[in-house]
Ligand binder design. Structure first.
Ligand code: GAR
Length: 190
């Protein structure tokens, strides 16, 4: 049995897709969703999907061991940041070395770093008239968007695309690739 822990703080389309993808796989369990935003729609999704969730605040995360202790208790094979925007405390990164991954909605190292998330990324891509954008799945370290890259996929951007169109293209790439990349990390290429 492989255990995946999800971290998210927003809408949760990636969470939904990951859970749907693995729902037919009895070898995979998703025992908990961690969320730092009590108003996030992803919490409703988790409830609908019968996945327990733990909501935490900045103090819990950065100044206590509440999240760390829960993660140690669950002992996951992979921790997946699926639309989660905070840095991860070093203690967690060290304890789960090479077991924490993030998805970023751009072709890193471009359009990464603090403040570069979600729509901000797509707006910057359009403002710079980039011909391409894409997704990057990477290991998480103590800095923003700079861990080793595992996978990238690209899409073309036309001169008429706005940030919403780019967001749609990126979500399609995320849907197509993110669950499969997780599957490959857990089970190797099959
Ligand atoms: C996704 O596009 C993800 O790549 C991005 O947030 C979105 C979350 O959507 N992540 C970042 O920007 C991280 N820096 P979702 O809540 O619908 O899955």
């Amino acid at each position: 049995m492989k255990k995946i822990i999800l971290f998210a703080s927003g809408n949760g389309t990636n969470v939904q897709q990951i859970v749907d993808y693995f729902s037919a796989n009895p070898q995979v369990e998703i025992p908990m969703l961690f969320c730092n935003n009590p108003k996030a729609y992803v919490l409703q999704r988790a409830e609908n999907l019968h996945i327990p969730s733990m909501v935490f605040n900045k103090n819990d995360f950065f100044s206590t061991d509440i999240v760390f202790d829960k993660l140690k208790e669950i002992n996951p094979d992979l921790i997946v940041l699926a639309g989660f925007l905070w840095l991860v405390p070093e203690k967690i990164i060290t304890a789960f070395s090479k077991k924490i991954i993030n998805i970023h909605p751009a072709l890193l190292p471009k359009y990464g770093g603090k403040g570069m998330y979600g729509h901000h990324v797509h707006e910057a891509v359009v403002a710079n008239h980039e011909p391409f954008s894409g997704i990057t799945i990477h290991y998480v370290n103590q800095y923003y968007d700079s861990g080793d890259i595992i996978f990238q996929a690209t899409c073309s951007i036309s001169t008429t695309d706005n940030a919403d169109n780019v967001a749609e293209k990126i979500h399609l790439l995320e849907k197509e690739h993110f669950p499969k990349v997780i599957d490959n990390l857990l089970f190797g290429n099959r």
